[in-house]
Design a protein around this ligand. Structure first.
Ligand code: 9PG
Length: 501
């Protein structure tokens, strides 16, 4: 049934499951499908990716859509494969259109149910797999409508108060090559440097799926955690608790604990480490018990900062012992983890579905992995691919989410060694960390020149004052910073000269 919705001079005909309810900063529409007739014609559409690594940004309706193209494996891993519309503009949870006066019409879901929002030159639509959430609709200045949507989301899904502080993580230098001697050396080298957390990334475990100390940590994980704490840092650990590689003990011995396909065999829920990987069926009490055991174990070792990765696998479509909406299954699983670890352990989500993680995770990765290079020319159709440009692009297009959780744009670089990023590109990443308010690096001190060590000390010691002056424009301690040119059409490089201070 059509309803007329009026925002000042703009009237929009809405097809919705019930009457729109005016609220202070817009309208709330009932759960169910929504179709809005808009008069904007060809304009810019905001597309929001489903998980941390998924592409997000603004695209012209008459132009190419934003998303992972021609690669089903990548799509399964780094976005919502079930709802992707490669030839039509759509995204997850929220979408928006720019009106002729520059104001923005935003439609966003206020909860779960795998909501999707899309647009063409006549309509802005919302749909869900399960009608679990009402919609928020607003028209006004871009920052105001996104802020209003964020407030409504926090009101319904919660907000966390834990802060990560300054993080050193092992991934973007040592990758899987960590061992207890390297971490012990890192503890020594970082002494006196302004870090709060020293986080071990992938490489410590027996196998992805088996969360016990691997052969490179023969003294056991409590010894490494104690060493990190003795050096004055909180101890952090990476885990991917909802997935298992085929070779892991859990996948080999208990395939019945895994999400299944329609034929009753374990379902591949994504690809990494040169392999497909499975997902745990968290609707089973035995899996909940397993997760309880894992998280009691790792917090018992002394780790109080946990980076939980590849979490979306707990929300993919598949056969589980209980047939429940997949985002609800995911949220109940992460709420269970939160309950086990308690309120004070910092949970950083990576590869998490963005909206269903609100109120549970303290911090969330908001883009794909950075790398010590700008872009990957061989993967030009994959905006979720590793590289600084893709990471900046996705992350800066999620700056409106600040306040739902801390926004982690991924590691920042100070090193020129083993790094193809030029100084201006490295500076832009540093500014991204400042603007989003989450600062981490993986640079070993030994890889840094004296002036780079000074720059690192300075960056982490001094919190900068940030003001936003445009969609992609900020001032950092009064210095103008513009992310716009850097995320312009790939592969043309941005004009470096405009970025040097
Ligand atoms: C450890 C790494 C690091 C990193 C995480 C994550 O889309 N993908 O296929 C994809 C693969 C790996 C990946 C991210 C995305 O890296 O983001 O920081 O912790 O795991 O293995």
């Amino acid at each position: 049934m059509p309803y007329m919705i009026t925002f000042g001079p703009l009237t929009i005909a809405a097809n919705a499951a019930g009457e729109p309810r005016p609220v202070e900063d817009g309208f709330v529409l009932p759960a169910g499908p929504v179709a809005l007739l808009h008069p904007f014609g060809d304009t810019d559409f905001y597309r929001h990716g489903w998980n941390s690594w998924s592409p997000s940004g603004w695209a012209r309706l008459s132009g190419a859509t934003i998303g992972i193209k021609h690669n089903a494996d990548r799509l399964l891993t780094a976005d919502d494969a079930d709802n992707e519309t490669p030839h039509a503009h759509s995204g997850s949870g929220v979408g928006a259109l720019v009106g002729p006066d520059g104001d923005v019409l935003l439609l966003g879901a206020l909860g779960l149910g795998t909501p999707r929002v899309g647009a063409d030159r006549n309509t802005l639509w919302g749909s869900t797999e399960t009608p679990d959430a009402e919609w928020f609709l607003a028209y006004g200045p871009e920052d105001a409508v996104f802020a209003a949507y964020r407030r409504h989301l926090s009101d319904r899904l919660g907000e966390r108060k834990n802060r990560a502080g300054r993080v050193w993580s092992s991934w973007y230098s040592y990758y899987e090559g960590i061992d207890e001697a390297i971490i012990a050396q890192t503890c020594e080298d970082l002494r006196g440097y302004p870090f709060d957390v020293l986080q071990l990334d992938d490489g410590w475990e027996t196998a992805v799926g088996d969360w016990t100390a691997g052969p490179d940590f023969p003294s056991g994980m409590p010894a490494t955690a104690a060493r990190i704490r003795a050096a004055g840092f909180r101890a952090g650990l990476w885990l991917a608790p909802l997935i298992a590689l085929p070779g892991s003990e859990i996948a080999r011995t208990r395939p019945d604990l895994l999400v299944q396909d329609e034929h009753g065999t374990p379902l591949v829920t994504g690809y990494n480490w040169g392999s497909g990987y499975y997902g745990l069926d968290t609707t089973q009490p035995e899996v909940r018990d397993h997760l309880r055991e894992v998280f009691e174990r790792v917090t018992g070792w002394g780790f109080e900062y946990l980076k939980l990765d590849f979490m979306y696998a707990g929300a993919v479509t598949g056969v589980r012992s209980q047939d429940l909406p997949r985002e609800q299954v995911y949220r109940e699983a992460v709420q269970h983890i939160r309950q086990v670890v308690g309120q004070d352990v910092y949970l950083l989500g990576s590869g998490v579905p963005m909206i269903p993680s609100v109120g549970v995770f303290d911090g969330v990765r908001v883009g794909p992995d950075v790398g010590p290079y700008w872009d990957c020319q061989e993967r030009s159709e994959d905006p979720s691919g590793v590289g600084a440009q893709n990471a900046i692009n996705a992350s800066i297009n999620r700056s409106w989410m600040r306040g739902l959780y801390e926004l982690d744009p991924d590691a920042l670089y100070f090193r020129s060694e083993r790094n193809l990023l030029d100084p201006a590109q490295r500076q832009l990443l540093l500014d991204l960390g400042t603007v989003l308010g989450f600062r981490s690096t993986s640079d070993p001190i030994a890889w840094l020149r004296p002036e780079e060590r000074d720059a690192l000390r300075h960056y982490f010691s001094e919190p900068a004052k940030v003001e936003q002056t445009g969609r992609y424009q900020f001032t950092v301690d009064g210095r103008p910073v513009d992310f716009g040119p850097a995320i312009g059409s790939s592969p043309s490089p941005y004009p470096v000269s405009t970025l040097t201070s």
